[in-house]
Design a protein around this ligand. Structure first.
Ligand code: FES
Length: 152
C-alpha cells in the first residue's frame, strides 16, 4: 500500500479506496465496454438518459487503481450533464479532476473516456440519434490514439 500511496495523490487515493457510482444500472439506456489495448484491463459503464440528460451512471472496472479512480470521477462528471456536454469530456479533464496521474497511468483515464463514449454510442444506436461528439468514434477501434496528458 505504501508504494501505491507514494505514486498517487490524495484525490486519486480517495476515489480508489471509496469509489463513487460502482455497479451496474438495471435496464440501462446505454451500455459501453472498453478494453485497454495497453494493459488489457476492462471497463463497463451503464447510463440512464432522460430528455438527452444523463441522469445516472455506474461503472464496473476490471483494472488498476487509476482506472477505478478515473471511472469514479468520470461517472460523477457526466451525471446531470447533457449528452453533448458529456461527450466533450476528455481523458485530460478526467486527469485534471483527479489532480494528476503518474505518466505510466495516463492510459487508465482513456479507459473511462472511451467507456463513456461507448455507452453513449450504444444509447444513440438504440434510439436512432446522432451526436456531433460521436463523429468518428468507433467503439470497437483497437488503437489508442489520444493519450492526452493532464498538465498541458
Ligand atoms: S493499468 Fe490497466 S487500466 Fe490502469
Amino acid at each position: 500500500m505504501e508504494i501505491i500511496m507514494a505514486m498517487y495523490n490524495d484525490i486519486v487515493m480517495k476515489h480508489f479506496t471509496d469509489p463513487q457510482n460502482v455497479g451496474e444500472i438495471e435496464n440501462p439506456d446505454g451500455i459501453g465496454t472498453y478494453g485497454s489495448p495497453v494493459c488489457g484491463d476492462m471497463m463497463q459503464i451503464t447510463i440512464k438518459v432522460e430528455n438527452d440528460v444523463i441522469t445516472d451512471a455506474k461503472f464496473k472496472t476490471f483494472g488498476c487503481g487509476s482506472a477505478i479512480a478515473s471511472s469514479s470521477v468520470a461517472t460523477d462528471m457526466i451525471i446531470g450533464k447533457t449528452i453533448d456536454d458529456a461527450l466533450e469530456i476528455s481523458n485530460k479533464q478526467i486527469i485534471n479532476e483527479l489532480g494528476g496521474l503518474p505518466p505510466v497511468k495516463i492510459h487508465c483515464s482513456v479507459l473511462a473516456d472511451h467507456a463513456i463514449k461507448a455507452a453513449i454510442y450504444d444509447y444513440a444506436q438504440k434510439h436512432n440519434k446522432t451526436y456531433a461528439g460521436l463523429e468518428g468514434f468507433d467503439p470497437n477501434a483497437e488503437e489508442d490514439d489520444h493519450h492526452d496528458i493532464g498538465d498541458e
